[in-house]
Every structure is written in C-alpha cells, then in structure tokens.
Design a protein around this ligand. Sequence first.
Ligand SMILES: *Cc1c(COP(=O)(O)O)cnc(C)c1O
Length: 383
Amino acid sequence: MFKETVAFIRKQFNAPEAFIPLHEPRFVGKEKEYVMDAIDSTFVSSVGAYVDKFENELALKTGAKYAVATSNGTSALHIALLMAGVKPNDEVITQPLTFVATANAITYANANCIFLDVDRDTMGLSPTKLRVFLESNAEVRDGEAYNKKTGAKLAACMPMHTFGFPCRIDEIVDICDEFNIPVVEDAAESLGSSYKGKHTGTFGKLGVYSFNGNKTITCGGGGAIVTDDKKLAKLAKHITTTAKVSHTWEYKHDMIGYNYRMPNLNAALACAQLEQLDAYVKNKRELALIYSEFFKEKSFDFAIEGPDSYANYWLMAVVLKDGEQRNDFLKFTNEQNVMTRPIWRLMHTLEMFKNCQVEDVTNAEWLEERVVNIPSSVRVEAL
Ligand SMILES: *Cc1c(COP(=O)(O)O)cnc(C)c1O
C-alpha cells in the first residue's frame, strides 16, 4: 500500500524517478523583473519602494489595516509579543504542537510558555481546553489576568494555524476577551487561509506571517506583522527599524530597537510572489482534493480542512494508524526518494522548554505519534 502511495505521489508531480521534496518554491511570475529593478535602483537594503508596496499589498490581501514587513517570521513574532504588551516574567499561552519558533519568540520576549492542548481536527489550540485552563487557573485583577499558580501575568495567547488549517480562532479570541488577554496569531503557515470568511492572522490584536523558503510564498527570508491598530503598527515599524527618530542628518534613537527590517531586495521578490498567492492556493487545494480522494480507501487518513475553513494546504498531511505505521511510512517513502517528514516533537519535551507549565495535552500527543507531511508543492504544469 505504501508502494501504491509513492507511485501516486510521483504521478502528481510528473516525477517517475527524481527526488520529490516536501515543499519547493515556485518563481513563475514577475520575480526576476522586480528583483532586477530593485538592483538597478541601488536600493537593495533597508529602505526602498518595494518594502512600502509589499506592506500595502499584504494589508489589502489579508484585510488587515496595517502590515509591517520584517526580516523573518520569528522576528515578527518577537515584536508582535512586545506590541501586545508582554513583559519579562510574564506568561504566554500557546500550543505544544508547533514549530519551535513560536516558543522561541516567547523566550526572546523574556516570557514563559504555558502549553495547552490542540483540537484533533484543526491541530490548533483548543478553545475548550483554553476555557478549562483559564476558568481554573486565571484570576482577573484590575483588568489583567494572572496565573493563580505562579502569580505571573497571563500577558498573551498565541495560537498557531497548523499547516494552514485555521484553528477555532473566533472562539479563542472570545474566551481571551473575557479574561482581557490579547491574542497574537502565529499565522506563519496560513497566509491565504481564512476562517468564516476572514483571513487568518486578522482575528487577534496582531498576527504574523512568514515568507521563509518553505512557505506557501517566499521572499528568501521574511516575515510580517499585521494589525488594525494604527499606534501599534507605527511602533512596530519603528522598533523593527532600529527606533531611529526621523531627522535629516542626526542619529537619534529613542528606545532599544531591532534591526528586523525586510531588505528591499527581498521585498521585491515578496511583491512578485504575493501576486501569485491566489493561484498557488487554488493549485494546492486541487492537489489536496486529489490526495483526499486517493486516501479515502486507504488504512490511514488524509487531513482535510474543517467546517467554516478555507485552508491554503501549505503542508499536506496524512494521519497514520499508530506510531509504528508512521515510522514504517517515513522509512519507506524517504528510501524511495519521496520526501516525507513527521510533525514536530511537542515543545515541552524539548530540553529548553521542559520546565514550562503544561496541562493535559492528549490530542497533541495523539497527533505527534501519527501525523506525517507529504509532498505539497505547487504543481507548475497545473497552474
Ligand atoms: C515558519 C514558521 C515560523 C517562523 O518563520 P521564519 O520566517 O522561518 O522565522 C514561525 N512559526 C511557525 C509556526 C512557522 O511554521
């Protein structure tokens, strides 16, 4: 049966023998034109027209009022947490089933992670588990939520839209609103995905995207923060660009800033890629449909979007029967030069996060044991 699966994947990518990667970037639009233009302009670095253009177009695409481009998704997460008001020794609620950057960014803000379970169907933070946790652990004083166990402030909640599948973000925001906890969405994987007709990343106070090489669209390396809050957007731009006060010649900086800006050269690539986003997502959704038909008669499942969701299907995933079948599948496919990868190890099992507070995470553990990503690139012939 694995043999049949490998043959089927090979057929979709017109690759009878060649190595098939998990997710390859595609440059089929105006990428070269825009990058050459940026080079010719000599504005390849920290300022330039493409950065502004990209920020405007990303805001339009997502429906956010403002977008701030950054050097990568991780730096965007770091700054988004600071903008949400996270201070040293605060606590940030997130999910253990995520890419390590989510938890790393919380640490960069000198805060501690609290890991709550995900839902099995969305693979994202579970609103049910969030409510249970807050009702028994949180106490609101002077309009701020505190963890009764540690005394620390519950300064933010950072759900993540796993593989581009929207989590139940509206419920999460409603619950957090009751406790006055700002939501920062890690939408690094879900540009192009929406929930109940609204773009992921735009439900919380701030949202973050990544344009790393393996994401749905890429600019080599890059990220962005989106928000509807004008003051936060301005401050995010300021702090990611060394916090320099505008002046004709003086170097004056009014706070500790970061060199987290997106270079104009990358922004040129990002502008061209953003023009392709809708076509890429359509192409990936077609592949997801083909896969889901194929896996219907198999002894394991293909992960599909939930109700009210429009997923970008960034990385497609199968859910194997158990850990043993998962290991067999990984071994067979990789030996056949068809790249597959297991879902991440849960964050609280990693050395640097092992002392973080963690609640019942049975769904995350169940998924960790079974989920494997399969080749998910845009098929150029089908564009
Ligand atoms: C890719 C990713 C990031 C980080 O993005 P970079 O641009 O690589 O820094 C953060 N969170 C999640 C969930 C990601 O998948």
